[in-house]
Design a protein around this ligand. Structure first.
Ligand code: BDR
Ligand code: CA
Length: 315
């Protein structure tokens, strides 16, 4: 029995790998994709999502365009120096007319069994949906979030990009009482993919492998030249979050309390991850399972199996 899944994303290149995992793994039933501004403006994240689906010959997965900017303050324009358009053919498919937030509210409200959500971009869509219809929280069986850091940051000295982009939205989501599985940079940086991995996948010649091979080299070059991680290559943060939904042994979890710093001059957008035992001063109930480690080789084998297994033709 595969798990019904909605992926909320700001497609970029690692979101793209997460979409391929969600669409192709037999243990997941990707029922829809919602897009949000983050890596790129929402028109670009939506177009990139459509490009990936068509290029990888994945059909029957509706895409809903979502929020244009964070709940509070101006959208952060990452375009100077941050990849925007994925180098894939223009798609013939289009997004659905319904707004992503309306789709989330309607679908979760009517769901008769719990739905899993993987949120791998800023959490704006989810926060808006929770504010529109708080009762939908009970319809979410699992919420995998790629975001934050215990002791690793990227977009600032304190914060990770998805959370930093909309801290107020993250605060709403982390206080909502949903069962959260958090995949912070500390774990995702342990499982980078290298050019050799991409070349091996491309040899499979499947539509998904060839799609990944179209944009991962640029991602790897960007990381190796500007943000090197141990072992070289580039982390595909979002794909680890979706993969761990069906293979929890990709990571090791610890329960912790995660709260979002909203006011610090130097720390706004930081995920404050309290791993202390509950009995210490000011410790709060633990609201998340946090991935503190990742098994790189297991993750690479996981992705290889997905890329090699895809038969050409629609999925
Ligand atoms: C997160 O930010 C984006 O650049 C990636 O898609 C990922 O979701 C990593 O900080
Ligand atoms: Ca993302």
């Amino acid at each position: 029995m595969s798990e019904d899944l909605i992926i909320d994303c700001d497609t970029g290149s690692d979101d793209a790998i997460a979409l391929l995992v969600g669409a192709l793994h037999p243990g997941l039933n990707l029922i829809a994709i919602t897009t949000v501004a983050g890596n790129c403006p929402v028109d670009v994240t939506t177009l990139n999502t459509l490009k990936v689906l068509e290029s990888a010959e994945i059909s029957g997965v509706p895409v809903y365009r979502g929020a244009e900017g964070p709940l509070v303050g101006p959208a952060i324009d990452r375009s100077p120096g941050w990849p925007q358009d994925l180098d894939l053919p223009e798609p013939s498919i289009t997004a659905e007319p319904q707004h992503a937030v309306d789709f989330l509210v309607e679908t979760l409200t009517s769901a008769e069994t719990p739905i899993t959500i993987a949120a791998v971009g800023p959490l704006t869509n989810l926060a808006l949906a929770f504010r529109m219809r708080p009762g939908i929280v009970s319809k979410i069986g699992r919420l995998a979030i790629m975001g934050g850091g215990i002791s690793v940051a990227n977009i600032s000295a304190s914060a990770e990009a998805n959370i930093f982009w909309d801290p107020e939205a993250a605060d709403v989501v982390f206080r909502a009482g949903v069962p959260i599985e958090l995949f912070p940079l500390d774990a995702t940086h342990m499982a980078p993919v290298t050019s050799d991995d991409v070349a091996r996948w491309a040899e499979a010649g499947t539509p998904a492998a060839l799609t990944a091979a179209a944009f991962l080299p640029e991602r790897i070059h960007m990381y190796e030249s500007r943000m090197p991680v141990e072992g070289g290559g580039a982390p595909v943060h979002d794909a680890l979050a979706v993969g761990a939904l069906v293979d929890p042994d990709l990571v090791r979890f610890e329960r912790a309390n995660v709260e979002i710093e909203l006011h610090g001059t130097l720390t706004r957008g930081r995920t404050v991850v309290d791993q202390r035992p509950h009995l210490f001063l000011a410790s709060q109930p633990k609201n998340a399972r946090v991935a503190v480690w990742a098994d790189r080789q297991r993750f690479l084998d996981f992705l290889t199996e997905i890329f090699h297994a895809q038969e050409s033709g629609d999925h």
